[in-house]
Structures are given as C-alpha cells and as structure tokens.
Design a protein around this ligand. Structure first.
Ligand code: NOJ
Length: 742
C-alpha cells in the first residue's frame, strides 16, 4: 500500500511544469510530517567505503524505509544505487528519492592529476574539462553530487589536503573554483551526465594551525575576507549547488556553528540559496569543540547557523524533532532547510525520475572511455613542472643507457593519488612503463628499486608506515647507476601520504629515499630527480645538488606516459607552481603574497629586521616558478591609465630553439592603503604559445574593482593612489612600472 501511495504522489508531482518548481516543492513540503522533513536533512554513508570514522549505529535500514534519510554517500555502482533508491521510493510514505553523493575529486574511474597538480597547468579549459569528464563518469554510474571542488587556500604544505586545492593564491584559486564548478555541473543539473558540485570547506580549513588536519585556524577578518573567502565567493557566482561546512574553528568559533559566516556572509551577503551540508559529523563534533554540551545542542546550533544536512552523524534525526516539539526550535528553520534540499533534488531531475542517473548502458559506454584517458594524459603533461634543468640535461639526448631507480619507479599506485573515487589501486601507467614504451629498445633501461617506501596497508583508512631501516637494495641501485649515462631517481610520497588526515611535520623525502639519492649521487651525478608527491616538499639538498628536477605530483591514470613525453622532449613543459616550496619547515607558512611588515626582510646584514638566522629568506622554489625547454624574454612593459581602467602590455619573446607555452603573470602592489596590502597580488594570467624566434604582445586590463579589497569595515573598496604593476614569468622574476590610479 505504502509503495503505491509513494509512487502516486510522485506521479502527481511529475505532472507539474518546471516553472512550477517552487509549487511542487511547497506541495511536497505541505504533505510531510516533521519527522519526514528532518529525514531529508539526514545523510548516511552507505556500504563498505568509509571516508571518516564509523558513525551512529541507528537502524539505518528502517530509517531508509521510513523516509528518515534524504541522502546517501559512498554507495558505489548504479546497480546498488538502484536497489537503495527503489527501497526508499517504493517503501517510504512519500517516496522522495535520495540524492547520492561521493567524493569525486580528480576523476571517477579515469583518474586525472590531483587538483594541486592540475592547478599548475594554468589552463582553465583543461581543468574544466577534467571536472566535466569526472562528472560524466560518476553520473553515468549513478552519482548525483560530488563533494568538490575543495577551494581552500593554504599556505602550509604540511597540511595533507593541499593536494585537493589550487594552491596558495586567492585569485587563481577563484578562477579554478569556478572552472571546476562549471565542469561538474555543466549547463543543466538535470542532465544525467552532470553532478551537483560542493564548494568546501567553508571556511578556513586550509589554515589549520601547524598544518595539522582538523586543527584550529587563526584568521583575522581581513585575511578571511581577502584571502580565504574569494574562491568560495567565486564558486557561488558560478552557481555551485551546494557548500560544505569545515571541521575547524576560526578564532574559537567552529565553522559548523558559525552564524556570521553562514547566515550573514554566505546566505545574506552572497545570497546563496542552495544546500549547505555539514562535514562528516562536524555537527556532533561541536560537542568536542566545547561550544555545546550535547548532540541536541549541537544540532540546534548547527541548524541555526545555516546547516541544512547532517553528514553521517545522525545528530539531526536523533534530536531536532524533540527540540521543535518542546518549543526550543521553530519548525520554520527546518522547513527552510528541507525546501533547499528538495529544490536540489528537483534541479537534479530526481523528483521527475528517481532513476534518471541509473542506466547500465550509459555506464558501459562512458566510464573509462578512451577519450577520457586521452584527456587525462593531456592534463597530466600540462601539470608537470620542470623545477630545475642544469646544462639542459632534459630532454634526453644522445644517451644509450639510463638507470631507473627508486621505490616509485614501478609504482602503479602512487600516481592515482589520494581521494581517488573509483580509481583502481595499482592501475596507473608507471614511470618505468611509460619510459619503456617511449624509448623501446633504442636505449638500454636498467632498473633497481633501491629501497622500499611504505610497509603494511596503503589505503584511505589506515596510517601509513614508512620503511626506515632496510638498505639491502642500495648496492643494486648503485650498480645500475654506475653503468648508465643518465639516472632517473623516482622518489616522493605514496598516494596516501597526502590527502585528509595526512599532515606531516617533516616534508622532506620520506624514509630512506634521500639517503639513497645521496649514495647514488656519489657514483653518478647525472641525475634527473622525478618527484611524485601530493604537496610541496622541502628538498634543499636535492635542489642544491641534483642537476634536473621534474615535479610530477600524482598525475593520474596516464602518469608514466605523460612523464615520458616530457623526458624525451615530445612535450615541452609549461607548468608553474601554485604553491611555494620552502627551504625548511621553519619557514612555513611561506607564500608570495605576504605583507611587507614594519621591518621588511632584505638582503643586508643588519640584524633588527624580519628574518630567520639560519635560512635564506626566499622560498626554495617560488610561486609561479616553472621552466620550459625554451626561454622567454620580457620587454616593453607599458601601463596606460584610461578612464576607468589600466591597460597593460608587455612583449614576450621566445629566445630559445623550440616552440613553447608560457604562462604570463600580472601582479599588483597597492603601495599605500588603509590596511597593509600584500607586496604582490596576482591579478591576471595568460597562457601563450610562441614559436622560436617569435614574439607576442600580451595585453591585460585592470579595473578599479580588480584593485579593490576588503577594508577593516569589511567593505570592498577601491582606494586611489599609486600601484606597482608587474608582469613576468614568476612571482620573483618581474618587470615593474608604478602608476597613479585615481
Ligand atoms: C570528510 C572530508 O573532510 C570531506 O571533504 C569529505 O567530502 C567527507 N569526509 C565525505 O567523504
């Protein structure tokens, strides 16, 4: 009986026209009991894939049947999703379909480079395409909603989640955020090949103190407004359907219970009318934060602070009904949240057809399509950053033998990276495979593992143990190094050394890898260090001694092919860093857009200035750094003041011998303002292709809005005066002009 009733309501709803979306949601809302409403606000992780600590032990099956769950996460595969959807639609009184969510971060089954790597491509079209393909594959397998993009700005490479973001810069982070939202959501959310996106983690999560995940964040309002919030605002402007709370507190106020942040900024100021989901039990964790005494108070606080859906914690379903019934909470707050959730379901087309995303033919045609693997290869090549290339050691030329050494050289798993959705373990093209495929038998390739990197389970749920003792592979490595023209040392971090809960205090090469590298260096200095890692590393010895260093991050399914293309010169690298590499962990946080302070750092020998006594003041590799196989020369920077904007032009010449792409960067410095402004702020980027001997004139425009910032009253203002305008190849290699702009 129930089932028939469920369907009949659904069919009645289906008759409405799209313009009647609100009526439809309202009429559904009117039929719901209080318990059913709160059920819509309840989200459970289902199935064996946990992406956090195990949650409440409620009778979940009955809750699904009774319409007391509105969303399921981590259920994989259209067949299982259909079963659960059928249960809910057919058994629950109103048959309101679930919305299915998953962390689709950098690909679904076809895995793309980790987002930090992609951000180093400086190619928004490619980034959008990568998200598009991830959405297509996930949606074809039954998912409706991804918990991405993560748009947290971070200045701390100890924080493992930097792999999920776009680096340290709010301008670039904002453009990437919008591109990824567009990619996931496409033109129309009801298209069964799109996903609702989720801008996370709102807010300040990337500023976790000491880079320790889940830690408190100390962020002043000015920094919050000017550095942390812009990418979220941009995601909102790009119409992201949802946001997610963050775990951290900011200055003592946990984000999940922060009324100012959510109600005032996100909802009122930015007019976000989509769904705000908590992070994994971040509602219940308000008790641990010490701002409420129990889960009931936590639920009330989170709801009042604007949280619509409770992920995995069962706090809302266990507590909100009682709170409304005893008069502590107005039902209208619940109605508002449910309205937003039903609108999301409506926009995804789920109220029209709960099975819209479930089509095995579509899944077979789309997931792991060969074009997706090609796109992943393209993105991987673009994401590689050539950090150092002394004596043009790369691309390889005139060699007859190479050695490939290191625990990651044959590793098919590390490139898949953390947050791999349904990317299969050990499924990437390894470095070794890529090189062998590329070089064939033209060059002799000797291999030695050298040392192990991790011991025990290497997965999302376990702590990784790093091998520290076993040097038995060293002699073999030295032997192959000695007899080879060039040595490739493939070193770095395994996949699960970055990502959630993977904070490190020492961000050098883990385990015995540096020691191995130093031993190999004693017998053959002709080394290309190929790094695979999920965060900037601290590698001062390597930078000082190894002639060539290639940052390949965790590059996804086609990693080895992409790296081989760069190594032989079939692809000319053009990636540039979006996060600074420190010389020592003591420099962290280190970032290019710092303020000058009253005692600015400088190169003189006087002591009473800002500095560390024991380390050079500069980063090891600065923001924007990245080499090419050709060279570029910048000249003729011209800044013209027009009525309402500045027009900036610069000539960029390719002075090398091969065609290359260059990322041209525009920075500004507001010389005098009511609050101290950064010494440099990125404000424009152009990626250009220039032929050898050729030259291009690159043009930018800056409006007053581009030069505005949040003042102490939190107003977004333009303050007239002198601005330094700089254009160049990285944050430390610039031509500069000063102009007056009133
Ligand atoms: C916790 C993470 O912080 C969040 O980013 C993720 O989306 C959820 N777990 C769900 O897996």
């Amino acid at each position: 009986m129930k089932a028939v009733f469920g369907f009949s309501i659904l069919l009645a709803l289906t008759g409405c026209t799209t313009s009647n979306t609100s009526n439809r949601v309202e009429s559904l809302l009117n039929q719901m009991t209080l318990r059913e409403k709160i059920g819509q606000m309840n989200q459970y992780s289902v199935g064996p894939e946990l992406t956090g600590p195990e949650g409440a032990q409620n009778d979940r099956y009955s809750q699904f049947e009774n319409g007391e769950v509105g969303s399921a996460i981590n259920l994989i595969g259209h067949k299982d999703i259909r079963k659960l959807q059928e249960l809910v639609v057919e058994k629950s009184r109103l048959g309101i379909p679930l919305v299915f969510a998953h962390d689709v971060i950098h690909g679904y089954k076809t895995i793309f480079p980790i987002p930090l790597a992609e951000s180093c491509s400086w190619d928004l079209q490619a980034i959008e395409k990568s998200a598009r393909i991830a959405a297509k594959e996930a949606a074809a397998d039954g998912q409706n909603w991804t918990f991405a993009p993560m748009v947290d700005i971070s200045r701390d490479p100890r924080w493992g989640r930097v792999m999920e973001g776009a680096g340290e810069d709010p301008y670039w982070g904002s453009l990437v955020a919008a591109a990824r939202v567009r990619g996931f959501q496409g033109e129309d959310l009801s298209d069964p090949l799109t996903l609702a996106s989720c801008a996370k983690h709102f807010a300040g999560y990337g500023f976790a103190e000491s880079g320790k995940d889940y830690n408190s964040a100390l962020i002043g309002r000015n920094d919050l407004r000017n550095f942390v919030l812009p990418p979220f605002k941009s995601a909102n402007n790009a119409n992201t359907a949802t946001f997610m709370n963050s775990f951290n507190d900011i200055d003592g106020v946990p984000a999940t219970g922060n009324k100012w942040l959510v109600n005032d900024v996100l909802r009122k100021e930015w007019m976000f009318d989509g769904v705000l989901v908590s992070d994994w039990n971040s509602v219940g964790e308000l008790v641990n934060h010490g701002v409420v005494k129990d889960r009931a108070e936590a639920s009330a606080l989170a709801l009042k602070a604007g949280t619509d859906m409770d992920m995995e914690g069962a706090n809302f379903i266990d507590n909100l009904e009682g709170l409304v019934l005893n008069g502590s909470l107005p039902e209208s707050l619940i109605d508002d949240a449910v309205r937003r959730i039903l609108h999301l379901k409506q926009n995804l087309g789920l109220l029209d057809d709960p099975y819209r995303y479930l089509d095995s033919k579509r899944e077979q045609e789309i997931v792991m399509h060969s074009q997706h693997l090609e796109a992943s290869l393209d993105m991987a090549r673009k994401s590689i950053v050539l950090l150092k290339n002394e004596n043009a050691l790369l691309p390889l030329k005139d060699v007859s033998s190479v050695a490939v050494i290191g625990p990651l050289a044959k590793d098919k798993d590390a490139p898949i990276g953390s947050w791999r959705a349904q990317g299969k373990s050990n499924s990437a093209v390894s470095f070794h495979e890529g090189l062998v495929n590329k070089l064939g038998n033209k060059v002799q390739i000797a291999y030695a593992e050298g040392c192990k990197l991790s011991i025990g389970p290497n997965n999302f749920l376990n702590k990784l143990k790093i091998e520290q003792e076993d040097r038995s592979g060293f002699p073999g490595a030295l032997a192959v190094a000695k007899k080879s023209d060039v040595v490739f040392m493939v070193l770095g971090e395994p996949a699960f050394m970055s990502g959630e809960a993977r904070s490190r205090s020492d961000i050098g090469l883990p385990g015995l890898q540096l020691e191995l590298l130093q031993e190999v260096y004693k017998v053959n200095e002709n080394i290309v260090l190929v790094l695979m890692n999920g965060r900037p590393l601290c590698i001062p010895w390597e930078e000082g001694n190894i002639p060539a260093i290639l940052e390949t991050w965790h590059l996804g399914s086609r990693a080895g092919d992409a790296i081989a293309d760069v190594i032989v010169g079939d692809y000319n690298p053009s990636g540039k860093l979006t996060m600074s590499f420190p010389r020592s962990e003591g420099q962290i946080p280190i970032y290019y857009n710092y303020r000058n302070t009253g005692r600015p750092e400088n190169d003189n020998d006087l002591v009473f200035y800002q500095h560390h006594m024991d380390v050079d003041r500069t980063p090891l590799f600065p923001f924007g750094h990245g080499l090419s196989y050709t060279t570029f020369d910048y000249s003729n920077l011209a800044v013209r003041t027009m009525d309402n904007e500045l027009e900036i032009t610069v000539d960029v010449a390719n002075t090398g011998e091969r065609q290359g792409e260059e990322v041209v960067m525009l920075y500004v410095r507001d010389k005098v303002a009511s609050v101290s402004r950064p010494v440099l702020e990125l404000k424009g980027v152009r990626k250009i292709l220039v032929d050898p001997g050729g030259q291009k004139t690159v043009k930018f425009a800056l409006t007053k809005e581009d030069l505005s910032f949040y003042n102490v009253l939190e107003e977004f203002v333009f303050e007239p005066g002198a601005f330094e305008i700089s254009v160049g190849t990285s944050s430390t290699d610039l031509l500069t002009e000063t102009v007056q702009f009133n």
